[in-house]
Write a protein that binds this ligand. Structure first.
Ligand code: C5P
Length: 222
């Protein structure tokens, strides 16, 4: 049987990627990979084991052994513990972004990410899904939004989850993470040359999902 089709969503954090990817996966009946969650789980687990975040070899060794489960309802379990909230704290934001710059970590996560490719298809969301991990994807999207809009969205998300946050801190942290994602030597955040770019600053989730579904249909039709 031929390989399952993959549709990728890349872009900086808080562009709406996660929500949009989830809706599109639901519409198409595809599996979903939130690749940032893998970096986050690894960051949390390594922190708990007191691994030095600069030690790429130790991180890479830990990755394949992690007892992680991605539940159909979007929940994430690490050794029976629900870590869905624990991987979204400011500490993990920062740590995940740092360890994602380590070449050993990116390499260790490659097979893990590709393992999510199953029939009838996969929606993969992250920073380098279209450019590196699934470079043969059928349709690739790159979502952007101004940093102010993204900070406001993240602020609302955290407040809704009952986590405290200050807007100026979020803005500063987002800018620092953008810089790290864009400037790292391995797999820097960059739109794949064949990706469809969508600026979501002025659009609702529904409008973007609609545009994405029409682009997928056009690609399949053509
Ligand atoms: O998307 P999310 O914010 O959950 O990702 C957490 C961190 O993991 C990001 O700050 C980014 O540095 C890193 N990441 C990455 N490549 C991916 C997904 C996430 O470098 N494909």
């Amino acid at each position: 049987m031929s390989e399952a089709p993959v549709i990728t969503f890349d872009g900086p954090s808080a562009t709406g990627k996660g929500t949009i990817a989830g809706r599109v996966a639901e519409n198409l009946g595809y599996h979903l990979l939130d690749s940032g969650a893998l970096y986050r789980v690894l960051a949390l687990a390594s922190h708990r084991r007191k691994i030095d975040p600069r030690n790429g070899a130790a991180m890479a060794a830990l990755a394949p052994e992690l007892p992680v489960e991605f539940l159909p309802d979007g929940g994430i379990r690490l050794q029976e513990e629900d870590v869905s909230i624990a991987i979204r704290t400011g500490l993990v934001d920062e740590l995940a972004s740092r360890i994602a710059a380590l070449p050993e970590v990116r390499k260790a996560l490659l097979p893990w990410q590709r393992d999510f490719r199953r029939q009838p298809g996969l929606i993969a969301e992250g920073r380098d899904m279209g450019a590196v991990v699934f470079s043969d994807a059928t349709v690739k999207f790159f979502l952007t939004a101004s940093v102010e809009v993204r900070a406001n969205r993240r602020h609302k998300q955290l407040i809704d989850k009952g986590l405290g946050a200050r807007l100026p801190d979020l803005l500063r942290d987002l800018q620092a993470r953008d810089r790290r994602d864009e400037q790292r030597s391995i797999s820097p955040l960059r739109s794949a040359s064949d990706a469809i770019e969508i600026d979501t600053s002025q659009s609702s989730i529904e409008q973007v999902v609609d545009l994405v579904m029409r682009s997928i249909a056009a690609k399949r039709g053509g």
